[in-house]
Design a protein around this ligand. Sequence first.
Ligand code: FAD
Ligand code: 2HG
Ligand code: ZN
Length: 480
Amino acid sequence: VTTTISPKQQALAAIAELIGDAGIVALDDGERYLVDHRSLYRGRPALIVRPASTAEVADVVKLCNGAGLKVVPQGGNTGYCGGATPDTGGDAVLLSLERLRGVREVDPVGYTMTVEAGVVLAEVQRHAEAADMLFPLSLGSEGSCQIGGNLATNAGGTAVLRFGNARELVLGLEVVLADGTVWNGLRALRKDNAGYDLKQLFLGAEGTLGIITAAVLKLFPKPRARETALVAVADVDAACRLLALARRESADAVTSFEYLPRFALDLVCRHIEGAVDPFTERHRHYALIELSTAASAARLDEQLRSLLEQGLEAGWVIDAAVAQSEAQRGRLWRLRESVPEAQRAEGGSFKHDVSVPPARLAEFLTRGLAAVAAAAPEARACVYGHIGDGNLHFNFLAPPGQALKDFFASHGERVSDAVLGLAAGLGGSVCAEHGVGQLKRPLLTRYLDPVSLRLMRQMKAALDPNDTLNPGKVVPPPVP
Ligand code: FAD
Ligand code: 2HG
Ligand code: ZN
């Protein structure tokens, strides 16, 4: 009896042979790769493969592209939009970057670090610190997300105000293209106008245009002084005014400026072990402020005190808890960083990751909350986030005792229309920092202009004509 082996099966066998047992995960043992962080999706790939080098990534992609198989890159699998989860068609190879863990170079003269894609973000931070420098990207998931995933999603986080999004922290990239070619763009140059800035194509593309295998990152001098305070503020407008003043008072030393409403703080104190409200009185709005500087002579403490005094006089500040030690600083930050976990513990949240121009933030919050209260009066608002960047996580929880899925099956569309429509109307974005993945692809069709959509489709077709890389993500299909 002769059996014919299809080109796809041949390619899968060749990949298994090439990568070896250490690099293949049996599908039955692959739960943590197959389900996304929010448990919204479960993929069914043909194979889970963990190459150990750029050359191996290139070989896998080449074999897949030649045989009509798809490739879904995965980093730490902490993304919020299902970008790293394959579909259920069974013809994708899930390619984990977790074995590309090399730190190729730390350059204290040029203030750069060259790392491979699978290095966990907290590791990158530690390597910079060990060399008396700073890599400022900072997210609640930093203990498990990977630098490749951060660059592929152009992650934001809590230090964007001062240092920019992930995109702004990159000088060079190494990328495996859709046909398996390796593009070596690993340059450590601050100036390079030799044609198009090609690395920008892959930053924030969520693995749809190429697989990032290594990057040259920008480092900064390590801060020598830091001041952190949780400030009870009158409202979001007051917080925005305080931020503008803080930037002037501190000569732009504001590193983070995060907003928390009472409800978020209550959730954290309810669900997170050891979390305590530092105030004796209950307030409605809080800003977590951090100033930092690499200048040793700076009097940041005086600047913070003066800022808080002026804020009190203006009626913007009601009370403040200033960290007096590194341990207290850690506790204040934990109140902010634990909000995602506290929402999960309370049954999960219906999320909108939106941004508006900072000057429209207060208006956005007031009108958005009113619109949702009209659409779904029982929904519990947990709206918080990076107000220094104009980015709010406009999240809602189901009423106590009701399952998130059930409640938002009936109310979700009205709530999302209210929030997203308002954000778009105020000149904002419906995908601020978490990316698009598969979850938000339909939003692009709805909220992006036709010319932007056409350009995106043209770029995808030019760089990945066979739709090999992360199909069904980011770029909406053309409307028939
Ligand atoms: P994954 O989830 O594995 O992948 C994300 C996307 O990138 C997928 O499309 C995947 O295919 C692609 N990808 C992964 N690696 C590569 C690669 N090497 N080359 C090409 N494509 C690749 N996000 C923020 O922006 N700001 C926050 O403040 C923030 N806080 C968070 C807090 C918590 C508790 C959690 C759970 C998540 C948070 N996130 C935040 C979301 C998430 O952590 C980020 O999007 C992160 O950058 C994803 O990295 P990852 O390695 O987990 O990527
Ligand atoms: C954060 O800023 C993350 O804490 C998570 O981006 C946002 O829970 C969310 O929606
Ligand atoms: Zn965030």
